[in-house]
Design a protein around this ligand. Structure first.
Ligand SMILES: [Zn+2]
Length: 162
């Protein structure tokens, strides 16, 4: 599997270029940071060329193995970005390598203090020590770990983007 995402710029179609595929997860280089990649970077992108500026929009995702900060259990978590937009100056280039841009976007979405809940799992520590809920509204927080993970995604929106 290739490990770069490269967009050819020669004879670039006026209506834009659609790119779909996968790149080897080793490009993330997160093995030593305790969040090893466990699958490829999947991408579905559309590129537009405006004179010397390349604008790429679309969605990307990549799975990682995280360790719960509370119960230390390992679990898989997929970073999913649906409204990605990146742009780069491609003046004088015959191709644009956007691997580093995509990598950074994904790494920014990796939680610094992962908890089981972000993958829709129930944290054992949370169940054992119910005291965790005492200082909070019982309707929020603990109950946010819905199997669908929907409310969990909402919480991720609050993360700083840059
Ligand atoms: Zn946990």
């Amino acid at each position: 599997m290739k490990s770069r995402v490269i967009i050819p710029l020669e004879e670039f179609p006026e209506e834009g270029l659609v790119l779909e595929g996968e790149a080897d997860g080793s490009l993330f280089g997160t093995e030593e940071t305790g969040a090893p990649s466990v699958g490829p970077l999947s991408y579905s992108l559309e590129a537009q060329l405006y004179e010397t500026e390349l604008v790429v929009r679309g969605s990307i995702s990549a799975p990682f193995l995280l360790r719960c900060d509370r119960c230390l259990r390992e679990f898989e978590y997929t970073v999913q970005i649906d409204e990605l937009t990146i742009s780069c100056d491609v003046k004088g280039k015959v191709e644009a390598d956007v691997t580093e841009e995509l990598r950074e976007e994904v790494l920014l979405e990796l939680p610094g203090y992962p908890k089981c809940e972000i993958s829709g799992l129930e944290c054992e520590i949370n169940d054992t020590f119910c005291d965790f809920r005492l200082d909070k509204d019982p309707q929020s927080g603990v109950n946010s770990a819905t199997p669908s993970g929907k409310s969990v995604w909402d919480a991720l929106d609050d993360f700083p983007q840059k």
